[in-house]
Write a protein that binds this ligand. Structure first.
Ligand code: 5GP
Ligand code: MN
Length: 339
């Protein structure tokens, strides 16, 4: 984003606008935190702002300030489409291509509104008039802080904005541990705490809100953990039957893939989750060091993401998907064993 872009955006936001803010499908902590953080900021600026998510999000995010104002496109389609059609500006946050919004792809690509993309995924599409894309950023929430800073407005960050942005930085950095966490990230987090983000309470809301069933499902996942030592790889699978047994709710499998990576000597971790409703196997991949799961996901599983965290999908049955995964590992043997 150039100085001229910032001058233009300041000019644009100097008068009241109708603004829609959209994150990716199956929004996570960063998607919800960044859209709501920006929402509160724009409201303070006197704009008509509305967050529209493609679909629902996990219960552990159903307390983030302003969360109760979110409209969901899959169940409130007409209302959402009307707002998108009337919008002057659409902010697209935490994704790099319209297809990441699922069924919102058409209405977004047909909209005449000015688009502003703020995102940290690789290979952004060029649909936006203004694109703030930086793959080195820990989170889109960190980028929203920078965006407000570039607008010269950090003094307007209040407890609500700070809380929202803290949520996304915390969840996308694995509680400040991933490589993308920099001294600057910590400086920003310090500012957010200064401005009212209650770090202990935010951690408790997000991480200490497990149901008994969710922990039992985790036990089942850990029981299904397999290791392929020659490829420094660990993987977990969960069938639809297992999900049903433990009354699976959205978000229940969030973070489970990381257990594979916590094994000593493991460089690549995967989880395969059967989704009969969508007719796919949802895949999450995580890695350590320079080994790129984004590349594997793009090349073999119709997905993408970041170097150390990516996702994708497979149309094969669960077992066949796992077999495909195992069969491609030897071609990455050199890279895996270099880590
Ligand atoms: P997760 O495994 O937690 O769903 O996603 C990890 C990272 O990969 C996130 O940054 C997410 O946005 C990205 N990602 C997950 N699934 C997909 C996908 O199907 N396509 C693309 N392009 N990125 C994905
Ligand atoms: Mn993110």
């Amino acid at each position: 984003m150039t100085k001229q872009d910032i001058t233009d955006i300041k000019h644009l936001l100097a008068t009241k606008k109708k603004i829609v803010i959209v994150p990716h499908k199956n929004p996570d902590g960063d998607a919800i935190g960044s859209t709501l953080g920006l929402y509160h900021y724009l409201l303070k600026g006197g704009h008509d702002a509305q967050v529209i998510t493609p679909n629902d999000y996990p219960n552990f995010l159903k307390w983030v300030p302003g969360e109760n104002t979110i409209l969901k496109h899959d169940t409130q389609t007409n209302e959402c489409n009307a707002l998108i059609e009337k919008a002057d500006i659409i902010f697209t946050l935490d994704f790099n291509a319209f297809h990441r919004t699922g069924n919102m792809e058409t209405v977004l690509s047909e909209s005449n509104a000015l688009k502003i993309m703020i995102d940290h995924h690789q290979a952004p599409d060029d649909y936006a008039t203004y694109t703030f894309s930086d793959v080195s950023m820990s989170s889109t929430c960190e980028m929203i802080y920078h965006f407000i800073d570039m607008l010269g407005d950090t003094s307007s960050i209040d407890t609500n904005i700070a809380t929202c942005l803290y949520v996304g930085i915390m969840t996308d950095t694995g509680s400040f541990r991933f490589r993308s966490t920099t001294s600057k990230t910590h400086e920003i987090v310090a500012q957010l705490i200064e401005k009212g983000a209650d770090n202990t309470s935010i951690h408790a809301h997000v991480y200490d809100s497990n149901s008994f069933n969710r922990l039992q499902l985790l036990g089942c996942a850990l029981n299904n953990l397999r290791i392929i030592p020659e490829s420094k790889t660990a993987y977990i699978s969960l069938s639809q039957k297992e999900l049903q047994k433990y009354d699976y709710k959205k978000g229940d499998t969030e973070g489970v893939v990381n257990y594979g990576l916590s094994l000593e000597g493991i460089v690549l971790a995967a989880i395969f989750i059967e989704d009969k409703q969508e007719g796919i196997i949802k895949i999450s991949l995580r890695s350590k060091g320079d080994f790129s799961v984004n590349e594997i996901s793009r090349a073999h599983f119709n997905g993408g993401g970041h170097t150390n965290a990516a996702g994708g999908r497979s149309l094969l049955p669960l077992q066949a998907t796992i077999e495909k995964f195992i069969s491609i590992l030897p071609s990455y043997s050199k890279a895996l064993n270099n880590e």
